[in-house]
Ligand binder design. Sequence first.
Ligand code: SF4
Length: 344
Amino acid sequence: MLEPATTPAASNNEVVINTDHLKANLDKSCEPNTVNRWSVDDIVALFELPFSDLMYRAQTVHRENFDPNAVQVSTLLSIKTGGCSEDCGYCPQAARYHTEVENEPLMALDDVVAAAKEAKDNGASRFCMGAAWRGPKQRDLEPVLKMIEEVKALGLETCATLGMLKEGQAEQLKEAGLDYYNHNLDTAPEFYGEVITTRTYQDRLETLERVRSQNIHVCSGGIIGMGESRNQRAGLLAQLANMEQPPESVPINLLTQVEGTPLHGTEELDQLEFVRTIAAARITMPTSYVRLSAGRQGMSESTQALCFLAGANSIFYGEKLLTTGNPEADTDKQLFAKLGINKI
Ligand code: SF4
């Protein structure tokens, strides 16, 4: 287990940094992925490091594994909006909550392909298609398979987020050319029941196993700021980092509070705590892309810059992030220019 980041000196109550611990765990974060590398306590200890030490460690790990000035850019399109039967407490697309989201049926193939072309012209390398379903029925999946084929043919990486997958569906997605499947764990197992009751944590893990078994890249992360504790934030990261093969892509979302959803009115998370979460994700999953996802529209440029320093190296680019706002592509381009970031 990781020692406390700081130890009070017995004589005068000064706080001294335990540098052995820092070095040992820096080495640890660069090891090849092995199962159960990180306990929740280990990760809490990362959160508790002095901010500068945490950032230094995250930057060091980041630079050992990635070009520190390159950020992968994805575009996300909601191909079927609203009317979802699930009860995720943060989601304006759940049919049971009264939000301003209007239900829209599955988009036509031509419209999806046109949106993908536009995303490519704007510099996206990956195109993510999201549908508000508990999981796709076979009749829903078939048109989505066609979308995946056509988007792939444009030279874009493809990603889909369609809910829980049943046996045989990951195979069909693989066959269509799907590169990534997104399915978030959302939060730590201990907090999960406070947010969602219509599907279990185990359901989510099973979908991720189905995706992994087909050699489709896994995109899985969570939402921060839903009222969870720091331990629970660490618990989410432990779940992800301790997978036999951690997700290639780890979206870390800051809760976007939408009126009409149960989590509207949750106490706002300190943005530096969000930056700490990004840094802890980077250290515990050294070779994964850590994506700064929902919630970015509410962040200052300075906070976003801190997130990139902490090791975030992927964003969603474009006007809409499913049904909540996302900084306009031009604003992002300006920020990248200011920070000297290149798009991947
Ligand atoms: S997060 Fe997904 S599964 Fe949950 S209510 Fe929203 S659309 Fe449905």
